[in-house]
Design a binder for this molecule. Structure first.
Ligand SMILES: Cc1cc2nc3c(=O)[nH]c(=O)nc-3n(C[C@H](O)[C@H](O)[C@H](O)COP(=O)(O)OP(=O)(O)OC[C@H]3O[C@@H](n4cnc5c(N)ncnc54)[C@H](O)[C@@H]3O)c2cc1C
Length: 433
């Protein structure tokens, strides 16, 4: 462990937040040589929740694919005048698009935790987290908790410049049962751009279970999320236009994910590690976070088991962050180009290769080929603006956003208010206006 056990410590590790990232850290700890450590996991509600579905791609046996309720071999992208359906798979082998429901994920990991005598579940609202001399303190409504290491997914450390492109991926969807069979159950539609683009780059996302059952989501990239009626309206129109007939809504899902151009620190002080969304694990241009959360928490646990101290996940090559900033710049300042950019991208690059790029695992030559087909003038202008800003912001980031923060203040109120303060617009669940 990084610090000698102190009599004031309530455990060896505190996991603050039992969402996707906190439970990922817990799961990896329980699979590791650290499985017998005294672990406390704190959240305002520690119970299975059915508020999200997490999708990701990977081999049939990808981490957490065993929890998927559905996996698709074929995916497609649709534009008003053409559609491309493709089988997933790379030279390394087959790939699937997996979907894990949050209720199955939380139920499986919490059931495992409940069988461990060394794991304590603490249902409590948290007020703050402080890095201290010999560990860290989590302030909760029930009192303070201390441990040598805190892994937190509940708050962003203060400081740093405002985001240059504070875009959000905001969406709302229905799981529907339709009177008529209108879906193709073997194919997941990642983007259907037959959607109004007035509010920003917008598309529908379809995960079908059967010809008459699917999750249908309407997603927009823009600065301001909308209230639920906005997404409901578009989903209702979409299924009606596709000849659904009568529609029964079996479940709804609304969300807001930051598309941030800022890079966020993985730690706060010496003993507090930032996980998940607040640890910067969201891919800014796609919103995909699930796989990156697991890669990050596995790395922290592996390094802690090997050396006694967690270590930061190394940064990917800088060109990926630069590419994200350039695309965010365009989506923010030239939203009318959004659909054209994606159309050119998918006309010239196989979906598999785009997914490998989103994994930040593509080669420089592959990236160059992909970018060469995109609208060159606007991309060069955006890249030039981002290069200038990178020099300026770098200095600011180093000054205010390094490892200097030692305290995180939290709002004990429900997520959406906390996240509003963190991201300058609500992130997490969207509430009715
Ligand atoms: C509806 C939705 C769908 C998504 N779908 C996908 C997807 O398909 N694929 C993908 O890769 N990503 C997806 N994401 C993005 C990302 O994977 C999720 O947001 C993911 O849940 C982030 O995990 P996290 O642990 O960082 O945050 P969360 O899962 O939100 O966990 C944070 C936890 O902290 C607790 N908490 C916060 N503040 C306090 C406090 N003060 N006191 C006590 N507890 C507190 C909350 O109760 C919560 O349990 C989706 C996001 C949303 C909102």
């Amino acid at each position: 462990m990084p610090a000698v056990r102190h009599p004031q410590h309530d455990g060896d590790i505190i996991i603050a937040g039992a969402g996707c990232a906190g439970l990922s850290a817990l799961w990896h700890l329980l699979q590791s040589p650290l499985a017998d450590r005294r672990i406390l996991i704190v959240d305002r509600t520690i119970e299975p929740r059915d508020d999200r579905t997490w999708s990701f791609w990977g081999p049939p046996d990808a981490p957490f694919a065993w929890l998927a309720d559905r996996s698709w071999r074929d995916v497609e992208v649709r534009f008003p005048s053409w559609t491309s359906t493709q089988r997933l798979g790379t030279w390394r082998g087959p790939r699937r698009y997996h979907r894990v429901r949050s209720r199955d994920y939380t139920a499986a990991i919490l059931a495992l935790a409940e069988r461990q005598p060394n794991v304590r579940l603490v249902p409590a609202a948290m007020l703050g987290i402080d890095d201290e001399h010999d560990g860290a303190r989590v302030r909760t409504a029930l009192g303070d908790l201390r441990a040598p290491v805190v892994m937190q997914s509940v708050g962003r450390p203060p400081g740093g410049p405002p985001a240059r492109h504070p875009l959000r991926q905001h969406f709302g969807g229905w799981e529907v049962r339709t009177e008529h069979p209108i879906f193709r159950p073997g194919v997941a539609t990642l983007m259907d751009f037959d959607a109004p683009q007035d509010d920003g780059t917008a598309f529908f996302y379809l995960l079908p279970d059967a010809a008459d059952r699917a999750l249908v989501e309407f997603t927009t990239f823009s600065r301001r999320p909308r209230d639920r009626t906005f997404y409901d309206h578009h989903v209702r129109e979409y299924v009606a236009d596709h000849g659904a007939g009568d529609v029964a809504v079996e479940r709804t899902e609304y969300g807001c994910i930051p598309m941030e151009d800022r890079s966020w620190p993985q730690r706060c002080g010496h003993h507090v590690w930032n996980l998940g969304t607040v640890g910067g694990m969201t891919k800014p241009t796609s919103g995909y976070t699930f796989q990156r959360i697991h890669r990050h928490s596995r790395h922290l646990v592996d390094t802690m088991a090997a050396t006694g101290d967690p270590a930061e996940l190394p940064d990917p090559p800088r060109r990926f962050a630069f590419g994200d900033r350039t695309l965010l710049h365009l989506l923010d300042h030239r939203p009318e180009l959004g659909r054209t950019i994606f159309e050119r991208l998918f006309r010239t690059t196989p979906i598999d290769r785009v997914l490998t790029f989103l994994d930040e695992a593509s080669s420089l030559a592959q990236d160059a080929r992909m970018v060469a087909h995109l609208p060159l003038g606007p991309f060069l202008a955006a890249a030039a603006a981002e290069t200038r800003a990178a020099w300026r912001d770098r200095r600011e980031l180093d000054r205010a956003f390094g490892d200097t923060a030692t305290s995180i203040q939290l709002d004990p109120a429900p997520d959406v208010h906390v996240r509003a303060e963190l991201f300058e617009a609500p992130v997490g669940d969207i509430v009715a206006a």
